[in-house]
Design a protein around this ligand. Structure first.
Ligand code: PLP
Length: 405
């Protein structure tokens, strides 16, 4: 197959023979569900992120849900969520019964800033919301101004849980210096893959232990936790069959087999992230002549995980709608995606909270497009995408010239 005939998706996993061998070894072992590889994956994940504790579960959504559950929001309480994110960040708040207050984002990066965070807190409090939590999102692998957000959070007595699903392997993300927890996804388009999977990191040992119970039906087998002493003990010795549930939990367990894949993939995380950075730098160089019609999301020298490579396109100046651009790219075997539709615009949320004016998010959404970005991309693939966009810009300019003549 020639390179041009190969479809380039906007993202995909990279699984090598050593990953396959690791999974096969797990399949030949004694544990398919919870087994020793779960703890090993957690230990390696904590090491890779600089975290004290890592709790693995079966999706990024489950990771966010566990971290939010551990905040004990209670009813009548609300959490701030930037609207430029995947549905899950807001949905996990609703899954606990709490309400969502959507924050606006920077129009060029799509990130919640200390200013948009503060504005959301003030808007939420003015409408009577009891705000207890916020979930900053490290969109595309960019890192939010966590020190700035933490200052606002402290001033308003709001806890922080990071949605770091896009930012595994980025300097300091996961160490939770400025937050209670950070949540990661190991879905195949992310930095490493375990098929489905997620991890919460935290510095709080009690929170980690509680999330481990919550991921397994809220169940404990630790004698010191038992409350029904008459059922639990026989003359001071714990009954061997006994377990107890003191609060509602879920089945969010990640299988041993998937942790085998995670352990193998984690070893390659630095190499994967280095390749993503090379691809981004090559895109930056090749796309620079297309500004201002097409320009990369500005990133300066900041740490970046490059989960996604997003560009901002002035579709009006280009003379083509986003849908037609995506179709045009697809006809040249190039995938693209829009990350994301502002969550407050989803019918579920607009029916619940009414029409909100979040102009930064609207401006970002109107222009963003994610181009192919995955570890197995070659330099030639990147050049093919950039050249296709250059050809599109030239074709459209020619069209405009003809129309004027
Ligand atoms: C920002 C963000 N948060 C949460 C999630 C949920 O992760 P998962 O698909 O592993 O449940 C995703 C997944 O795409 C995401 O992009």
């Amino acid at each position: 197959m020639t390179d041009a005939a190969k479809f380039l998706p906007y993202g995909r996993h990279r699984v090598d023979e050593d990953d396959v061998a690791a999974v096969a070894a797990a399949l030949r072992g004694d544990f398919l569900t919870t087994g020793p590889r779960v703890e090993e994956f957690e230990t390696e994940f904590a090491r890779a992120t600089g975290a004290r504790h890592a709790v693995a579960c079966n999706s990024g959504t489950a990771a966010l849900h566990l971290a939010v559950l551990a905040q004990d929001l209670g009813s009548g309480v609300a959490a701030v969520v930037p609207t430029m994110t995947f549905l899950a960040t807001a949905n996990v708040v609703r899954m606990t019964g709490a309400e969502v207050v959507f924050a606006d984002v920077d129009p060029d990066t799509g990130l919640m800033t200390p200013q948009t965070f503060k504005a959301a807190i003030e808007r939420g409090r003015a409408s009577g919301a009891k705000l207890k939590l916020a979930l900053p999102v490290h969109l595309c692998g960019q890192v939010c101004d966590m020190a700035g957000l933490a200052e606002v959070a402290r001033a308003h007595d709001v806890a922080l849980v990071e949605d770091a699903c896009h930012a595994l392997g980025v300097h300091h993300v996961g160490a939770t210096t400025h937050s209670d927890a950070a949540c990661f996804s190991t879905h195949p388009v992310k930095a490493i893959a375990t098929a489905e999977g997620g991890v919460v990191t935290t510095a709080d040992a009690a929170m980690a232990a509680r999330m481990r119970r919550l991921r397994n039906h809220g169940m404990t087998r630790e004698p010191e936790d038992f409350q029904n002493r008459d059922l639990a003990f026989d003359r001071n010795a714990p009954n061997p069959w006994y377990y107890e549930m003191a609060e509602m939990g879920w089945n969010y367990r990640i299988p041993d087999v998937l942790c085998a894949l995670g352990i193998s993939q984690l070893k390659k995380l630095p190499v994967f992230n280095a390749r993503r950075s090379e691809i981004a730098a090559l895109y930056d160089r090749r796309l620079s002549p297309l500004a201002p019609i097409i320009r990369p999301v500005p990133h300066g020298d900041q740490a970046h995980g490059w989960h996604l490579y997003a560009v901002l396109i002035d579709f009006k100046a280009l003379g083509m709608t986003r849908g037609r651009v995506m179709d045009w790219l697809k006809s040249r075997n190039i995938g693209s995606q829009v990350q994301y539709i502002p969550v407050h615009r989803q019918p579920y949320y607009s029916k619940r909270y009414g029409a909100l004016q979040l102009p930064g998010a609207e401006a970002y959404y109107a222009r963003c497009l994610s181009l192919p970005m995955f570890v197995a991309m070659s330099d030639a693939d990147v050049v093919r995408v950039a050249d296709a966009l250059a050809a599109l810009v030239a074709e459209q300019a020619g069209q405009r010239f003809k129309e004027r003549a």
